[in-house]
Design a protein around this ligand. Structure first.
Ligand code: IMP
Length: 185
């Protein structure tokens, strides 16, 4: 029998989907995966990138979808890599970021979720503050081995409870509360 999903997560990143699925299951939402490799627009705003991605994803999937756009912002580097986090990860990677960050190690992980069901996309934002670790610790994906969320001493990659506190958790929590209200109206 085909599984029925409440809505779809459109992405080419299975790691993000697995985390989003686990987080939304706590809100009793069943999230499907829609494999989607968007043409990302060049923009300094992850809100703008997510908006465009969600419209493209909806017209491709033709079902209610969410997309996520994230960025790691390091104030001492003028907010770099910010909206270019994906490109920077593919080019200089975590080792490159560690070479750039000196004494001021504060950082923020920003997440934007855009929901689209064919109408104007609805946006949700979440930010978690933290610091860049001195060395890579743990083996998880993306920037997980170098980001230590505020109040913790371990990187995202080393934490067992990342999905209860991350930037993704903060944003998806806002989305889930809104979505549940909007479908009950
Ligand atoms: P994008 O939204 O896929 O463009 O994400 C920007 C960059 O941040 C990519 O390199 C992602 O792999 C990375 N990223 C996004 N969320 C996370 C996370 O939760 N942990 C580690 N890296 C992440």
């Amino acid at each position: 029998m085909r599984k029925s999903f409440d809505l779809y997560f459109a992405s080419s990143n299975k790691n993000k989907y697995s985390e989003a699925k686990e987080i939304l299951s706590k809100f009793k939402l069943n999230l499907g995966f829609f494999e989607f490799a968007p043409v990302e627009i060049q923009s300094n705003s992850i809100l703008e990138i997510a908006t465009k991605k969600s419209l493209d994803a909806y017209w491709s999937c033709k079902k209610p979808v969410i997309v996520e756009d994230d960025g790691l912002f390091i104030p001492a580097l003028g907010g770099f890599p910010g909206p270019y986090s994906s490109y920077v990860f593919k080019t200089i990677g975590n080792a490159g970021i560690l070479n750039l960050v000196k004494s001021k190690r504060n950082a923020e992980f920003h997440s934007v979720i855009a929901y689209c069901d064919g109408k104007k996309p609805v946006l949700f934002q979440g930010v978690i503050k933290g610091v860049i670790s001195k060395k890579q610790k743990g083996n998880d994906w993306g920037y997980d081995p170098i980001f230590i969320p505020k109040g913790k001493t371990k990187t995202y990659a080393e934490l067992d409870d990342k999905n209860t506190l991350s930037h993704r958790y903060i944003t998806l929590g806002k989305f889930a509360r809104w979505y549940k209200k909007s479908i009950n109206n």
